[in-house]
Ligand binder design. Structure first.
Ligand code: ADP
Ligand code: MG
Length: 591
C-alpha cells in the first residue's frame, strides 16, 4: 500500500503557521495589518506576559458579519484578492489569506466583530483548530481578536519562545514599525495592564519619532534632516539622522514601501553610500525612509511575511534614493555647534520644576565659562592626573627625547622631532589608545572606580534597552556605573566611572545600550567588554580640533612612551606616522 497520504487541514495550517507565525510579535503584526486593511483609524494592542499569555487587538475598522467571521479563520480565505491579475498590483498589507487560519491552529482564539451598519456583534471561539459556531453577542463596531496561550499544544515551539521581556521587545519593534508607517492613526500598546505607548493621530512624524525613540541625551527629532524627491512615479521622503546621532548597528534604519516595512539590500546600500565619508567606520546612520510607488512596479509575493519585495526596476530605486539623500546631506551644514550638554539636559527634562531648571542652566553657564578660559589646564581637556598608585606620567628624560621640538597643527595633529627624524601624531587616536590601555589595566584588577553624580541623571529607555541593561548588570557594575529603575521606561544614573568624567553619562549609556543589544548577535562577554572599553576610550579621548597647551602635548608624548602599543588606536588605525631624516634627505636630493 502506498505511503503517501494527504495531510489533514489542521496539519496544513500548522505547517503554514510555521512560516508566518514565528513568535508572539508575528501575531501582533498580522492582526494589526488586518485592522489597517479594514480601514481602522484607532487600534489598541494589549499584551500579557510578552504575548505568551495574551495578545488582544481591538480596532474600529469595517468589521465582519457573521458569515465572514466564520470564513475568515478558514485557510486560504481573503477579501483582498479575487482574480489572479489582482496579484500584480497589491494595495493591501495582507492578501495571502493564511494569517488567521494559521493563528487559529496554534492558539486559543476569541474574535468578536460588528460591521458599522449592523445592530449587533458576533463572536467565534477556536481552540487550536477546533471551532464553535458563530454566536451573537454585544460589542461596539469594529473587531477584537484575542489570542491566548500561543503554541500551548506545541511544546517544541513553545520552548523556543524567549523571556517575556525579549518577546515584548519584538512586539514593541513591530508596533514601532506600524506606528511610523501610520502617523495619522491612534495607536496604543498596553503591557500587563500598563500603557506603554499612546500615540495620537494628531502627531506629526517628528513627534512620533521622539516618542518612539527616547534617546537619553537629547531629542532625536532635532537631529533629523528632511529630504525628498519625486520622479518617474517614485516618491521618496526621508528623515535622515545627522552623523552626530549615528549608531553602532543598522537597526535604526526604517524603510517603508507604500506603508509596508521592508528590508531591501539595494536600499540599504543606497543609504550607506549616501553617508559615505560622513561617518566613521562601524557607525550606521539613523534613517526613516518612506517610498511611494505604483503597486504594479514591484512584487510583494516573494516572502511569507512580505518583508522582502522584488522591484522591477531596482536600479531606478537605488539611484533615486541615493541621489536624494546624498544631495541633501552634502548640501547641509553638518557641523555640530558646540552645545552645552548640561543645558540641553535641563531643557529636555521639562518635567523638572522651572526653579531647578534655571539653577541647572546657571550651573551650565558657569561650567562653560570655566571650561573656556583662555588658559586651559590639563584636566579640562580630559587629561586626568594619575590615580594614586598608578604610574602614568613618565620620567622626564623620556619626554625630553622630543627636546621640546613639537608643534600642534590644525588643532588635530602633533608634529614632533625625534632622534632620527620626526613623527606626525593623530592626537585623538593616540589619546584613545592610552586611555584604552589604562582602562584595560584597571578593569583587569578590579572594577573601575566611580563617583556619585550630584544629581542623578534620569533618562527614558526602550523596552529592549531596559532589558539589555538589566541582563548586563555585572558588566555595568564592573564599569562602575550605577543605574536605578525609576518607572517602566525611565532609569537614572547615580554613579559613573571617575576615569570617564569628561564623558556625558547619558551619551555613553545610549551607545552602551546599542552595544548590548547587539550582544544577542553573538558577542561573547570578553569581546563585549573590549568593545565597551573601546567606546569609552573613544569618548573620553581628546578630539581632533581641540587646541592643546604645551604641557598637555608633553604629557601626551610622555604617555606615548609608556603605552604598550602606541602606534595603533584600539580600532587598528595608526596613531603615528614616522619620517626619518634619511628619507627627507633623499627626497630633497641631498644624498
Ligand atoms: P489576509 O489578510 O491575507 O486576507 P487573513 O487570514 O489575515 O488574510 O484574514 C482573512 C480575512 O479576514 C481578511 O481578508 C479580511 O476580510 C478579514 N479580516 C481579518 N481581520 C479583520 C479585521 N480586523 N477587520 C475586518 N476584517 C478582517
Ligand atoms: Mg492578514
Amino acid at each position: 500500500m502506498g505511503q503517501i497520504k494527504l495531510l489533514d487541514q489542521n496539519m496544513i495550517n500548522m505547517i503554514a503557521a510555521g512560516e508566518v507565525i514565528e513568535r508572539p510579535a508575528s501575531v501582533v503584526k498580522e492582526l494589526v495589518e488586518n485592522s489597517i486593511d479594514a480601514g481602522a483609524t484607532k487600534i489598541t494592542v494589549t499584551v500579557e506576559d510578552g504575548g505568551r499569555k495574551l495578545i488582544s487587538i481591538t480596532d474600529n475598522g469595517c468589521g465582519m458579519d457573521a458569515d465572514d467571521l466564520a470564513r475568515a479563520f478558514e485557510p486560504h480565505t481573503t477579501s483582498k484578492i479575487k482574480i489572479s491579475s489582482d496579484l500584480l498590483g497589491i494595495s493591501t498589507l495582507g492578501f495571502r489569506g493564511e494569517a488567521l487560519a494559521s493563528i487559529a491552529s496554534i492558539a486559543q482564539i476569541r474574535a468578536v466583530s460588528r460591521t458599522k451598519d449592523s445592530t449587533g456583534a458576533n463572536c467565534i471561539e477556536i481552540d487550536c483548530g477546533t471551532r464553535t459556531g458563530v454566536s451573537p453577542c454585544s460589542a461596539d463596531y469594529g473587531t477584537t481578536v484575542q489570542v491566548r496561550d500561543i503554541f500551548y499544544k506545541l511544546p517544541a515551539r513553545r520552548k523556543f519562545l524567549k523571556t517575556a521581556n525579549t518577546e515584548m521587545g519584538h512586539i514593541t519593534e513591530q508596533f514601532t514599525r506600524i506606528a511610523l508607517a501610520n502617523e495619522n492613526m491612534d495607536l496604543t500598546l498596553i503591557r500587563n495592564g500598563k500603557e506603554l505607548y499612546r500615540l495620537s493621530d494628531k502627531d506629526d512624524l517628528r513627534r512620533r519619532i521622539t516618542e518612539l525613540f527616547p534617546i537619553p541625551s537629547s531629542d532625536i527629532s532635532e537631529s533629523l534632516i528632511e529630504a525628498g524627491s519625486s520622479e518617474k512615479g517614485l516618491h521618496v521622503q526621508a528623515l535622515m539622522g545627522k552623523p552626530l546621532i549615528s549608531r553602532t548597528n543598522n537597526r535604526f534604519q526604517y524603510v517603508f514601501l507604500n506603508g509596508r516595512f521592508i528590508r531591501d539590500k539595494f536600499i540599504s546600500h543606497a543609504i550607506k553610500e549616501a553617508y559615505r565619508g560622513l561617518l566613521e567606520p562601524g557607525r550606521f546612520p539613523v534613517v526613516f525612509l518612506f517610498i511611494q510607488m505604483r503597486f504594479e512596479d514591484y512584487d510583494v509575493n516573494v516572502h511569507p511575511t512580505k518583508i522582502e519585495v522584488r522591484f522591477y526596476n531596482a536600479n531606478l530605486v537605488h539611484s533615486q534614493i541615493l541621489g536624494a539623500l546624498r544631495e541633501k546631506l552634502l548640501g547641509t551644514d553638518l557641523e555640530t555647534p558646540g552645545k552645552l550638554p548640561e543645558m540641553q539636559y535641563a531643557e529636555s527634562t521639562s518635567r523638572r520644576s522651572p526653579a531647578v531648571r534655571d539653577h541647572r542652566i546657571a550651573d551650565a553657564m558657569a561650567e562653560f565659562f570655566r571650561k573656556h578660559r583662555p588658559a586651559q589646564t590639563q584636566q579640562q581637556l580630559g587629561f586626568r592626573p594619575s590615580a594614586p598608585g598608578i604610574v602614568h606620567a613618565v620620567p622626564h628624560e623620556k619626554s625630553a627625547q622630543y627636546d621640546r621640538k613639537f608643534l600642534q597643527i590644525h588643532d588635530s595633529f602633533i608634529v614632533a622631532q625625534t632622534e632620527d627624524g620626526f613623527v606626525i601624531i593623530d592626537q585623538h587616536a593616540l589619546h584613545e589608545r592610552i586611555i584604552y590601555e589604562d582602562l584595560c589595566r584597571r578593569i583587569r584588577k578590579s572594577k573601575l572606580q566611580s563617583q556619585r553624580l550630584l544629581i542623578p541623571e534620569s533618562f527614558e529607555v526602550t523596552v529592549s534597552g531596559a532589558e539589555a541593561l538589566k541582563a548586563n548588570t555585572e558588566l555595568t557594575d564592573k564599569l562602575g556605573i550605577e543605574l536605578v529603575p525609576f518607572g517602566p521606561r525611565t532609569m537614572a544614573v547615580q554613579a559613573f566611572p571617575t576615569l570617564l568624567s569628561s564623558v556625558q553619562p547619558l551619551d555613553f549609556i545610549q551607545d552602551l545600550i546599542d552595544l548590548l543589544d547587539r550582544k544577542d548577535a553573538g558577542l561573547d562577554a570578553e569581546r563585549l567588554l573590549d568593545e565597551v572599553l573601546n567606546m569609552a576610550a573613544c569618548k573620553a579621548a581628546i578630539k581632533a580640533g581641540q587646541k592643546l597647551t604645551d604641557s598637555e602635548i608633553e604629557q601626551l608624548l610622555a604617555d606615548r612612551q609608556n603605552a604598550e602599543s602606541a602606534s595603533r588606536c584600539p580600532h587598528g588605525r595608526p596613531t603615528t606616522i614616522t619620517f626619518s631624516i634619511s628619507d627627507l634627505e633623499k627626497q630633497f636630493k641631498r644624498t
